[in-house]
Design a protein around this ligand. Structure first.
Ligand code: SAM
Length: 259
């Protein structure tokens, strides 16, 4: 009885995953058509026109990068971006094309083979773990500061949290912390599970509570964030956290009550 009931959601989930895999090519073509017909942003266009070293991205992230990274491209000073997870070096190329030659673009990876991408197209690659705060601090020091972090590394909950705890305080005021592939928050082999408070999605949920600490007695659970988290944008499997100083909210009344 328990088995039969217990297996149902899992079976449905497996079936969905199968369909989903079979659909990948169809979606790729559909997204390419959308790009052509609806005027995609520069990152999305660059991705579909790209033919260099391998990049692996979910298609629906592309317009989101365009949306959240655009202010850093437009501003006067060159951006300093750190991507966690270099793999075949392709995404660093994408960011270089987007932010231009004056940008400081660093990638880190635990795999020593990735060192071969260091210096390629002006990008820097350092080898170490995203779970090692000392390593991360050294990299940021070398970068001369940090405006954008994109975590596309191991996707292990504890690693993501360690990176966030170290790097969020090092972000400049007005900086952006992005983490992707958050569907792994539901998967046990990435230290996740449905409803987990320790997964990165779980952390984001409690950051929402922290952001509203003015209105409840529980205080802030994430010391590193304090009053520096201005917005949390959660999309399917990807989150963008905006850093900037937040002051206590005030409200006011204007006008007069009609008699
Ligand atoms: C999904 S791939 C990165 C893909 C790349 N960003 C792209 O868009 O093409 C993940 C990478 O994270 C690296 N990685 C795994 N564990 C890590 C850790 N603890 N610290 C840093 N990088 C790690 C892997 O070696 C792998 O190259």
């Amino acid at each position: 009885m328990t088995d039969r009931l217990g297996s149902r959601p899992l079976d449905r989930w497996r079936a969905r995953l199968g369909l989903f895999r079979a659909d990948i090519n169809r979606h790729f073509v559909r997204d390419q058509q959308r790009r052509a017909s609806q005027g995609a942003g520069p990152i999305e266009r660059a991705y579909y026109d790209y033919s260099g070293p391998l990049i692996h991205k979910w298609n629906h992230y592309l317009p989101l990068y365009d949306r959240y990274f655009a202010p850093y491209r437009r501003r006067g000073t060159p951006v300093r971006m750190l991507e966690i997870g270099v793999s075949q070096g392709g995404s660093l190329q994408l960011w270089r094309g987007y932010f231009g030659e004056t940008a400081t673009i660093f990638g880190i990876d635990i795999n020593p083979d990735c060192a071969r991408f260091d210096g390629f197209n002006g990008n820097s690659v350092r080898i170490g773990s995203q779970a090692d705060p000392n390593f991360l601090r050294k990299v940021v020091e070398e970068m001369g500061g940090l405006d954008i972090v994109l975590d596309d590394g191991s996707h292990f909950a504890s690693h993501m949290k360690a990176s966030f705890d170290t790097l969020f305080p090092l972000l400049s005021d007005g900086g952006l912390y992005a983490a992707e592939d958050l569907h792994t928050s539901y998967w046990r082999n990435f230290e996740g599970r449905y409803g987990s408070r320790r997964s990165f999605l779980g952390v984001c949920k409690s950051l929402i509570d922290d952001m509203h600490h003015w209105y409840h007695p529980m205080g802030q659970r994430h010391e590193v964030v304090r009053n520096d988290l201005a917005a949390i944008h959660i999309h399917d499997s990807i989150v963008f956290l905006e850093k900037s100083r937040v002051t206590a909210p005030v409200h006011s009344v204007k006008g007069s009550v009609e008699a």
